[in-house]
Design a protein around this ligand. Structure first.
Ligand code: ZN
Ligand code: ZN
Length: 657
């Protein structure tokens, strides 16, 4: 009997009898790990546990790394396998169903996997619990996932016999000479798939089907329409339950629903998907965001600039955007034989301003800031409310500086970001430093010395401030390293907002210069930075963070004036006028509804303060004040309330107490 040399992770080499599967070999190396493993990597290649090890390795040990639960790789295998289980259940319940693709989703916070199907009759939401129940039944039978490698012609015959035209199309397009297919034994399901999968259905214990949506084969609206069944899976029921609970919370806070209920914004199909219209109430919030930002920019030495929305196509060729971002840029438009394109970014314009004059080192750093509206041709399937749009405004800035001052500039950007994020009510942050990493196949611009220096500057900027951060190798942009700040919202979700990025590309492409102390021309360093990120997305995050109950200074309506009877309408109007004159956003509800209904309305609109006015308040010239979460807080004079309200607004207080 022959033997095969193996090692577990980086452990010592060991001999195991051959032939042997990875799963069996793992059992001999570490029983516990073998029990937990979902799949494995052999010399870096992902395989099923049933994969048979090749004994002929010229004596060098095969490195076996188990793919374990609680890892991203493990989650991928788990969810992908659950998608197969879903397909098997659908085929069982609806024979004749045509299958499309069924990948795992790891980045999408809403779903964990999907399968695209064309069932003999359209599926409805009511079918989901039935399918899920059948998935459980199959899972409990502990069926094996079995891989087979067959010639392409045989695979095509197999799927033709099963009347799976879409799978045949995929095999035609993607397969080599041999095709790997997967069975779930004793189920009607076969898939054309590379794997790996869990060894058997027993490993799938915590999954749930979530929703049904329309989809097109290959995402192409001219191809057959399909139905996409979404679900998710976790390693344990506890994890799944916690996720479902957060999802329920998230649904209550969905910015698209709250945006409609509070009349903040709309995105209308007839105007174009991904294009946001800010209504007056959303506009009031945006104005507060912009006012705060502009006030800070001026205080912190930024120059406010304004630039066009389109530019000659040549500019985007020179900047490299056509090379690197062509797929998200809108097509060119022509005028008098010159082509123009909508801007996907503001950077080249700020460079244009810099280049319009010669600069000495004494003028640097120069900081140009703009609320710049950009357009990106995102595919409709990826759009999501305010979170992913086609037209958006960045609170963009570009800093041109010398190598001597860049570190301080980065420190200032980070402090600015923290001040801003805290002002808007975020307290917990996660900082990521993305650096070049050791992967030599990735293309980076700029010299090694420049990179090393920039990474050192960013690292020291964080360390100087004693800020905890995570260093991520290989995640830098091709043009430079960066710092990203994520914020945690009220229900514990992380959102990436602020970014501070070095750029070695544009200063070189545009031959930027400044005259140094030595009277010679030097290339300035360029830093891109956005704090909100996109104003639209930040607004979406704010809506969900506060579930629409914004702090006083951001509230679109700060005070609701609610007369109890028509007799006090005139007094109510007078109170409203006085408060408006002081700069507060006030709405007087003079309809002849009952006071209970008026309060309920204002409460649903999340208005921070309600002034309930009856005969007595009118006689005394006072107001009875109700705060949206505390209820009645007593009667005060108009002046007293006005001062209290203005103080909250002026200090940008986060609570009303
Ligand atoms: Zn698969
Ligand atoms: Zn930029």
């Amino acid at each position: 009997m022959s033997e095969v040399n193996v090692q577990l992770n980086n452990g010592p080499a060991a001999q195991v009898p051959a032939p042997i599967t990875v799963g069996e070999a793992l059992k001999k190396l570490d029983r516990d790990l073998a029990k937990q493993a979902l799949a494995a990597r052999v010399n870096g290649r992902e395989v099923d546990l049933a994969f048979t090890l090749d004994p002929d390795q010229n004596g060098t040990a095969l490195k076996i790394e188990p793919v374990l639960p609680q890892t991203l790789e493990g989650l991928d295998v788990l969810r992908h396998s659950t998608a197969h289980l879903l397909a098997a259940a659908v085929l069982d319940l609806f024979p004749g169903t045509k299958l499309g693709i069924g990948p795992a989703l790891l980045e999408d916070p809403r779903y964990g996997f999907f399968y695209d199907v064309i069932a003999p009759r359209p599926l409805t939401e009511a079918d989901l619990p039935v399918i899920e129940k059948h998935m459980r039944k199959i899972a409990s039978r502990n069926l094996a996932y079995r891989r087979d490698e067959i010639p392409k012609a045989e695979a095509l015959r197999l799927f033709q016999e099963r009347e799976e035209p879409l799978k045949c199309e995929l095999i035609d397009e993607k397969a080599g000479e041999t095709v790997s297919v997967y069975y779930i034994d004793n189920s009607p399901f076969i898939d054309f798939c590379l794997g790996p999968h869990v060894p058997n259905t027993n490993k799938l214990k915590a999954f749930k089907l979530l929703s049904l949506a329309g989809a097109y084969w290959k995402g192409d609206a001219t191809l057959p329409q399909m139905q996409r069944i979404y679900g998710t899976a976790y390693f344990t029921q506890e994890e799944l339950d916690a996720w479902l609970k957060q999802r329920e919370e998230a649904e209550k806070r969905d910015h698209r629903r709250i945006g409609k209920d509070l009349d903040l914004f709309s995105i209308q199909e007839q105007y174009g998907q991904g294009l946001v219209m800010w209504h007056p109430k959303g506009g009031a919030i945006r104005r507060e965001m912009e006012d705060y930002l502009r006030e800070q920019l001026v205080q912190r030495g930024y120059g406010l600039v304004f630039t066009p929305h389109i530019a000659k196509r040549e500019l985007w060729q020179k900047s490299g955007h056509e090379e690197n971002y062509a797929d998200v840029m809108f097509s060119p438009t022509e005028l008098e034989e010159t082509e123009f394109r909508l801007k996907p970014m503001n950077c080249p314009f700020h460079i244009g301003i810099y280049k319009s004059a010669q600069h000495s080192y004494r003028e640097l750093p120069l900081r140009y800031a703009e609320l710049g509206t950009c357009y990106r041709a995102e595919l409709s399937g990826t759009l999501h409310g305010l979170m992913r749009v086609r037209g958006f405004t960045q609170d963009d800035a570009h800093i041109f500086c010398t190598p001597e001052t860049v570190r301080q500039e980065v420190v200032d950007c980070i402090n600015f970001a923290f001040d801003l994020l805290r002002t808007f009510g975020f307290e917990n942050f996660k900082i990521e430093l993305s650096v070049k990493g050791s992967d030599t196949t990735k293309k980076y611009l700029g010299s090694d010395e420049n990179w090393a220096q920039a990474e050192k500057d960013l690292t020291e900027a964080l360390q100087d401030q004693n800020l905890p951060y995570e260093r991520i190798e290989g995640e830098a942009a091709f043009y430079g390293p960066k710092i990203d700040i994520k914020v945690e919202d009220a229900i514990g979700r992380l959102w990436q907002l602020t970014t501070v990025q070095f750029d070695f590309n544009l200063p070189q492409r545009f031959e930027l210069e400044y005259i140094g102390e030595d009277n010679k021309a030097h290339q300035p360093l360029m830093v891109h930075r956005a704090l909100f990120g996109s104003v639209e997305r930040f607004f979406g995050v704010l809506i969900e963070h506060y579930a629409g109950a914004f702090p006083m200074w951001l509230s679109p309506v700060q005070v609701a004036v609610l007369p109890i009877t028509d007799r006090v309408n005139e007094y109510a109007s007078k109170v409203a006028t006085e408060l408006k004159a002081a700069g507060l956003r006030v709405e007087a509800n003079l309809r002849s509804d009952k006071i209970g209904a008026k309060i309920r309305d204002a409460q649903l609109q999340k208005v921070p303060f309600m002034l309930v006015l009856g005969d007595r308040e009118m006689e005394q010239g006072g107001v009875a004040v109700r705060e949206r979460s505390q209820g009645d807080i007593g009667v005060m004079s108009i002046e007293e309330f006005k001062q209290k309200a203005l103080a909250l607004v002026k200090s940008r207080a986060l609570t009303n107490t």
